[in-house]
Design a protein around this ligand. Sequence first.
Ligand code: F0G
Length: 459
Amino acid sequence: MRTIIEPFRIKTVEPLRMTTHEERERILKDAHYNPFKIPARDVLIDLLTDSGTGAMSSLQWAAMMRGDESYAGADSFYEFESVVQDLTGFEHILPTHQGRAAERILFELVGGDGKVVPNNNHFDTTRANIEHSGARAVDLVIEEGRHPEIRHPFKGNMDIEALEALIDEVGVANVPIVMVTITDNSDGGQPVSLENLRAVRAVCDRHGIPLFLDACRFAENAWFIKMREDGQAERTVKEIVRDTFALADGATISAKKDGLVNIGGILLLRDEALAERADALLILTEGYVTYGGLAGRDLEAMAQGLREVVDEDYLSYRIRSTAYLGEKLMEIGYPIVEPPGGHAIYIDAGRTCDHIPPEQFPGQALVCALYMEAGIRGVEIGSVMFGGGEEPPALELVRLAIPRRVYTQSHIDYVIEASAAVFERRHELPGLRMTNAPPVLRHFTARFDVIPRVAEAAG
Ligand code: F0G
């Protein structure tokens, strides 16, 4: 089989700035060994997130000029609405400035004290919005999803028995909605099958509970279904996307992922009465119902992005390029969350740097090493992000997320070469000490110091 190439050519370029080893040493020290504090201009290849970091197409930029900035009833809204309706079949379509704004509105309406919201795995902002409302967020991914080394085609699937048991335990009246995140970001970008969604739907129907999707990466999930699920290979991604949304009563979407835009979100609802209450909150905190938290031009870019993201040449390249990075890292010897997910590769830093205990942050040590080696920025998902409690988190991961349509295969080859060099000296990487630990969301602002290695300290 031939190389799966980037199915686009480049019309506008943005220069990257090279730095020297000495410069990076100083930059990292100035950033207190926290990559969130490194100025983006000092990063060569930025794999911090796939959210809002994608490149827009010429048609998206052209559409932005068409943006109708009328306060109410702008053409851009009707264009956006018709594209979303065609793709998802939802009647009530509320534009928000990003995903978490849709989550905040939803959980103000359905959350609250004593409520329990199950999900395969809640993303951090979803969990935070649920907890902020007074409710409890519970993760019910299948057992395979809890083990990085186990392969399963749909590792993001929900554990149906555990869902039934939870509903029995807390009582139907306390479960306002069931959520499923596609793809499952907190579990390595792993997909959920249509079969599993139907099984969740059946449980919801039996109890009269609405099913909501956190559908940020709905197109990537649909591609995995086409590739891996029995009977789906001959169907179009668009048909699979429609089937997926048809199973749900609502959805929250961060369009910064599969909307192929730099800003934007969507709340989708079927229930008329709920939509009316959501409209009121949208007006209160985002903006009027026909623009939400966005400008008319943003709605145009989102409408065009949603058309482009279901293009199968794009999705084939997208998922293949992520798998390519994952396969090469495994060849080097890195343990990763297997199989590679849709938008990112998750390295098991706890196993890579098994000489660094969780309290010395092996993930952060690896993130710093990748930056020092070649100016690559990843993000720790382990004791820095989720630590500080009584138990360290189960896994010490480093996420390398791939922005959409931004980097070419040679950029990724460069990441692979740098990762190989770091792997060679993985057992020499020093651990870190947290010198400043903010009480909430500490990964954004925490400061660190390098713990000198015993040999160096002695010398
Ligand atoms: N749900 C999922 C599954 C996400 O991955 C994100 C964002 C959100 C909701 C919130 O959307 O950022 O537009 O408010 N994930 C980004 C990431 C930040 O890096 O994974 P948002």
